[in-house]
Design a protein around this ligand. Sequence first.
Ligand code: XMP
Length: 508
Amino acid sequence: MDTIAILDFGGQYCHLILRRILDFGVHAEVLPSNTRKEDLKKISGLKGIILSGSAASVYDNDSPKCDKEILNIGVPVLGICYGHQLIAYLENGEVKSGNAGEYGVTELRTIGQSGLLQGLSKTEKIWMNHKDIVTKLPQDYSVVAVTDKSPIAVFENQKKKQYGVQFHPEVTHTENGNRILENFIFNVCNAKKELMISNIIENISDEIRKKIGNRKAIIALSGGVDSSTTAILVSRIIGEKLTAVYVDTGLMRHKETEFMEQEFSKHNLNLKIINAADRFFSALKNITEPEEKRKIIGKLFIDIFDEIAQQEKAGVLIQGTIYSDRIESGITPNSSVIKSHHNVGGLPEKMNLEVYEPLRDLYKNEVRSIAKNLGLSENIINRHVFPGPGLAIRIIGEVTPEKAEIVRKAGYIIEEELRNANLYNKVWMAFAVLLPIKSVGIQGDARSYKYPIVVRIIESKDAMTANFSKIPYEILEKISTRITNEINEVNRVVYDISNKPPATMEWE
Ligand code: XMP
């Protein structure tokens, strides 16, 4: 297949570049930044190379660099942010520290001609996230576009087909970012669309067959679309040898266990339900630090799966981990850990079980397409994402059964009101967060002193970036009224109007 290689210098958005290209139907791979020229040349169908962003500066002694010779392989190269600066640096241009840096949405003004910006307006909204800037171009390169703070915001070397953009076309805040990437992939690299969902299912099924062989396996089934899709896919291949384990941690959504029983009775799946609420609440007693919560929950899950695996004589633990879970848990050497996703970060060094994650390279929309293809119900396919550590990371401070009940009820009210307004399927997720403070209110002519609930409703395409949803005020008002009327411990409701970045979706 035609392939685009993305060299990973550790920027948080490196994997979004991959996401965008896969969405175009073109095969792409993320490779370490120090991949050698010879190894890149061995990739059959290599059509282009993209150099990702990074938190580093090209002048730092230990900043990630690439083999300069990759610029001479003969395929087009696009540098993004740090990648843009790196091309200039490697080709003997000049990079300097910009005074205060440039962060957020800004205006790009095109001053030259370039195939990279074909079809775009003279001025475009783009998203910046950098301190250093390119101040002098290497020989044979020309400036294509500028911003107020970046005199060389886009450059090109037409002959060598090398391009640099100081901003991030892969982030949705850059309005026509996809058009720029498409120009590079299709017009400059001439790559073909060759990726199809049926091929993906076939490849993963082959891998499952080889990997599990004749062994018995258990799968951690949460009821979300990722683990449900994994469970159905694996059970189609190994049948009765798979046991699906659903652990009720006491930190799940409203009536979750009933939902699981009902949904999975439609499939030929060997489902085991474990009620472990007491174990989770006692392990979380007095714990307030978010990473500690995540690690404790991850470890407890693993202990439970270990116990069941022994009973079932299973040798493999299957998880529904997908690509975005791994990125934020820091799968690549140059990137920083944002959160330890429980199904990635909580695993002990030594385990009796082999962990296998068949969907580890897929993004949510691919998983949803596979789910559809396998005949999973709409209730599961379009279900909002729910984090592995559950309500524990939506209760700021210590987790108790009483607080779990409050945040569960509030979350249910939010979801129900969105469904009533036909908005549930239009947002990425919608939930409540309980804060460990109290404020004064007036209820029934008397003073009250109770918890506030944060309502968080988010729109996102890929979990990596997100915007808060501009929900009509009437709906927010209904949600607020219901929460304060129906939950005795709450007297105030606030709406979270933060985007990601700089916030994350969950509060912990
Ligand atoms: P953040 O808060 O990192 O969340 O912006 C991005 C998406 O990931 C979900 N999330 C998790 N999912 N295990 C999971 O399976 C986890 O530990 C975890 N933490 C966050 C979150 O709900 C959102 O959809």
